[in-house]
Design a protein around this ligand. Sequence first.
Ligand code: FES
Ligand code: FE2
Length: 401
Amino acid sequence: VVETTIQELVSTRRKGWTLPQVFYTDPEIFEADLEKVFRRYWLMIGHASRIPKPGDWFVYRLAQDSYIIVRGKDGVVRALPNSCTHRGSAICITPEGHGAQLVCPYHQWVFDLDGTLKAARLMPPEFDKSPFGLKPAHCRVVQGCIFLSLAESPPDFEPVARDLQDILAAHELDRTKVAFSREYEIKANWKLIFENFRECYHCDGNHPELVNTIPWLSLHLSKERQAELDALNDSKRQHWERIGLSVGGTAMTRQVCHLSYRFVMREGFVSASMDGKPVAPLLGRLKDPDAGGVTIQMYPNCLVLDGCSDHFVASYITPVSPTLCHARVDWLVREDAVEGKDYQIDRLTKLYSITAQQDWTLCENNHAGVSSRAYRPGPYAPSEGNTELFVEWYLDQLTDK
Ligand code: FES
Ligand SMILES: [Fe+2]
């Protein structure tokens, strides 16, 4: 599928309907997705507490590219290409590690933690090392969350940074640690996963535990119950604003790639847990566990940065092929919390583990059916308006709008 054909394919797509099959399965469309979406936008790639000390690093992979995410001696987190400037060898060959410098395993060229080439053994004395550093990609850390852009000149990150800073300030996510994380291989095109995370048409039938904790996700509420929850949400939001907790309010549009807001959970629930009871110590400078739920999402790969007064969950994806996607989920608690004493992994992770598994299964089933010869695009329901919005945003990127 060449460029002109992509344009043609986009024009055959019926507004308000799912994408033609080729968008979910074709290798050339997948290449275009990498080029026009994943190597252009900001990607959530993890939490800075994975690399707390100078010299700590982990490797982030996107298709054939690999980056060393390393904390420098100056405390700054950088993303260095994992490809030696001598003959191109991968420099870091394990998923994570630590070192005072980065040494290429092939001929032992030595790079400083900021990418500068420090030593190139047995090269002639007149060899100028200065042009042979590893050139950092754009990397930003906000409230401990690491974002990477592989673009030469990335989209403006300030609106995202401002919103995250604003809504997460009291929770102090920069003073949390990853208490637990899990990686998943999902046999689905990345777009089906993002589509799924933009609608709750599927929630009643598939997420009983989540709907129990966050009842307004249900589309089957009586008018009275809906009015009750709306009133509760309004009064809580006023209360939170009065005590200095931001309620956010940024919504995704065809141009805005992220959202953030604070919402009410079930009456009496103070944590996004199975029973609504706390599962970890209060975060940051919060005094009252009743801080509601916070949700953040960002195109194209941050499915969820969700949390409450005592923990957060970050769930982010990296496409591997048209039919396979990698996901990582991190559970964050305050940095000084002690496992077994202040929190139990099982209680902390239960609600989102169950919910994530339900979603991956839905996405895999979706992909299996979409790959079938019987598949034809189908109409989105009114409650899938945000999914349609995502698809429109995606098509705008493919066609450089
Ligand atoms: S390829 Fe890295 S030192 Fe030769
Ligand atoms: Fe879901």
